[in-house]
Design a protein around this ligand. Structure first.
Ligand SMILES: *Cc1c(COP(=O)(O)O)cnc(C)c1O
Length: 458
C-alpha cells in the first residue's frame, strides 16, 4: 500500500479550545455588530480570520526566545537576523520594524509623495492605505485571468506586462517611485507570481528607471509554487529560488507574521546604502533604533530561525498540501471556491455562493457571519467592505471578486479541523436559498473601515 502523506513534525504543546452552541453564536455575532473582528477569540472554535501572526513556533524558535540578547544597540540577536537576511534573501541592509505595515510606513515615507503612482499586482490593503494616505495612487496591473475565480492559471498573481508598461510609458517616471510586486498576491487569492514574470517586471523597472520593491509576506510559499509549477525550477531548492526571487528587487518590505512564522515583527531589506540611510531616520522616529526597530532581541532571534525553517521544502509542502486538502473537500461538496487553490487560504466565491444577494448587501460578509453561526469558524471578507469607498467620490467600490477568505494558520490545525470547516460551510451551502437579504452598514471609519464597521441584517 502506498503510504499516505503525513506532516514532517509532531506536536509538543497544545492549547485547549472552547466550544459554543449555535444559539450562543447567533447572539454573539449580533452583539459583535456582524463584524467578525469584534468577536472574542474565546468564542471562536476554528479561527481562520488570518494566517498573520497566528502560526505555531517551533522548539528551536522558542529556544531563541530564551537566548535573545536585549541590548539596546548592537544586540547579538540583531546580528543573527541581519546575517540570516543577508544569506537567505541577499540584502546587505535591513531595518527591523514591529510589523509589515510599519515597514511600509518607513519605506514609503522616503519614497512616496503626493501625486505619485505606484503600479503593482493588487496591492495589499495596508500597502494601498499607506499609498493613498500620502495622496498617491495605487494602480492594479494584475493579469485579467486573476479575476475569473475558476480560470486555471499557474501564476494568477502575475502582472500584465503590457498594462504595466503602459503605466510606465504614460506617466512621468519621477512620479513613479517604485513598482510593488506582492508575493504571493494576497488580495487576488494567495496566488503566486512566476519567476519569469518577476524578471520581466524587473527589466521594465530598469528600462524606465524605477525601483522594484517586493511586498514579501509570503515569498516562501511563492517559491514553493515556482518550484512545483515553473519549468526549470524542479531541481532547485526553495532557498535557491528565494535567492533568485530577491535578486531582481531593489528592496523588500516584510510582514514576518506570515512566512517567517513568528507572532509579531517585520523588516525592510535594501540593496542601496543611500536609501537605507534615509529610511533609517524614519525608522528611528517611528519604530526604534536601527538595531531593534520595534522588536525585542528574542523576537529577532525567533524571526531569524523562522526564516530558515519557513524556507524548507518539507515544511512548505505540509503547509500548502493542508490548504489544498481543505479546498478539495469544499470543491467535492460543490462549494464555489477559487482555483487553483492559493498558498495560505481558500477563497469562497460569494457571488456564486449567493447569486441572489447583490454586492451592495455585502454578500461575502454575510457568508462569513453564517459560517460563524453554523460552526464557530471565523473567516474574513475580502470584498466590498475591504475595498472601501473611492477616496474622491466616496462611493462604495465594488471589486470584481467578492470573497470569503479562510486563511489557515501555520502548523496550528489538523486535517480533522479542515474536515470540520468544510462540513460547516456545506451546511450553509445546502441552505443558501433561504437567505433572502444581506447586510447594511450602520457605522464606518473613513479609512480601513472593515476592521471597525458596524453592520446589521437588512
Ligand atoms: C500582512 C501583509 C502586510 C502587512 O503586514 P502586517 O504585519 O499585517 O502589518 C502587507 N502586505 C501583505 C501582502 C501582507 O500579507
Amino acid at each position: 500500500m502506498k503510504l499516505p502523506y503525513a506532516e514532517p513534525f509532531k506536536i509538543k504543546s497544545i492549547e485547549m479550545l472552547k466550544r459554543t452552541t449555535k444559539e450562543e453564536r447567533v447572539k454573539l455575532i449580533k452583539e459583535a455588530d456582524y463584524n467578525l473582528f469584534n468577536l472574542k477569540s474565546d468564542y471562536v472554535y476554528v479561527d481562520l480570520l488570518t494566517d498573520s501572526g497566528t502560526g505555531a513556533m517551533s522548539d528551536k524558535q522558542w529556544a531563541e526566545i530564551m537566548i535573545g540578547d536585549e541590548s539596546y544597540a548592537g544586540a547579538r540577536s540583531y546580528y543573527k537576523l541581519k546575517n540570516t537576511i543577508k544569506d537567505l534573501l541577499g540584502f546587505n541592509y535591513f531595518l527591523p520594524t514591529h510589523q509589515g505595515r510599519a515597514a511600509e510606513n518607513v519605506l514609503f515615507s522616503v519614497l512616496v509623495k503626493e501625486g505619485d503612482i505606484v503600479p503593482g499586482n493588487s496591492h495589499f490593503d495596508t500597502t494601498k492605505g499607506h499609498i493613498e494616505f500620502r495622496k498617491a495612487k495605487a494602480v492594479d496591473c494584475t493579469i485579467e485571468e486573476a479575476f475569473d475565480s475558476t480560470f486555471i492559471h499557474p501564476f494568477k498573481g502575475n502582472v500584465d506586462i503590457i498594462k504595466l508598461e503602459k503605466v510606465l510609458q504614460e506617466n512621468p517616471i519621477e512620479k513613479i517611485p517604485m513598482v510593488i510586486m506582492t508575493l504571493t498576491n494576497n488580495t487576488s487569492g494567495g496566488q503566486p507570481v512566476s519567476m519569469a514574470n518577476l524578471k520581466e517586471v524587473s527589466i521594465l523597472c530598469k528600462k524606465y528607471g524605477t525601483k522594484l520593491i517586493i511586498d514579501s509576506a509570503r515569498f516562501a510559499e511563492n517559491s514553493y509554487f515556482v518550484k512545483i509549477r515553473e519549468d526549470g525550477y524542479q531541481d532547485k531548492t526553495i532557498k535557491e529560488i528565494v535567492k533568485e526571487t530577491f535578486s531582481y528587487a531593489d528592496g523588500m518590505t516584510m510582514s514576518s507574521k506570515k512566512d517567517a512564522i513568528v507572532n509579531m515583527g517585520g523588516f525592510i531589506g535594501l540593496k542601496d546604502e543611500e536609501l537605507f540611510k534615509q529610511a533609517s531616520t524614519f525608522n528611528i522616529i517611528y519604530e526604534g533604533f536601527i538595531t531593534y526597530g520595534g522588536m525585542s532581541g528574542r523576537d529577532m532571534g525567533a524571526l531569524a530561525q523562522g526564516l530558515d525553517e519557513g524556507t524548507e521544502f518539507d515544511y512548505l509542502e505540509s503547509r500548502i498540501k493542508q490548504v489544498a486538502y481543505l479546498g478539495q473537500k469544499m470543491k467535492d461538496y460543490g462549494i464555489p471556491v477559487m482555483e487553483p487553490f492559493g498558498g495560505h487560504a481558500i477563497f469562497v466565491d460569494a457571488k456564486k455562493f449567493f447569486p441572489h444577494i447583490p454586492q451592495s448587501e455585502y454578500s461575502a460578509q454575510l457568508l462569513g457571519v453564517e459560517l460563524y453561526i453554523e460552526g464557530g469558524v471565523r473567516g474574513v471578507e475580502i470584498g466590498t467592505l475591504l475595498a472601501d469607498r473611492d477616496p474622491v467620490t466616496r462611493e462604495d467600490r465594488y471589486p470584481k471578486l467578492e470573497l470569503l477568505r479562510l486563511a489557515i494558520p501555520r502548523r496550528v490545525y489538523t486535517n480533522n479541523h479542515m474536515d470540520y470547516i468544510a462540513a460547516s460551510l456545506k451546511n450553509v451551502f445546502d441552505r443558501r436559498d433561504e437567505y433572502k437579504h444581506g447586510l447594511k452598514i450602520l457605522d464606518e471609519a473613513p479609512i480601513m473601515r472593515h476592521f471597525t464597521v458596524k453592520l446589521d441584517r437588512i
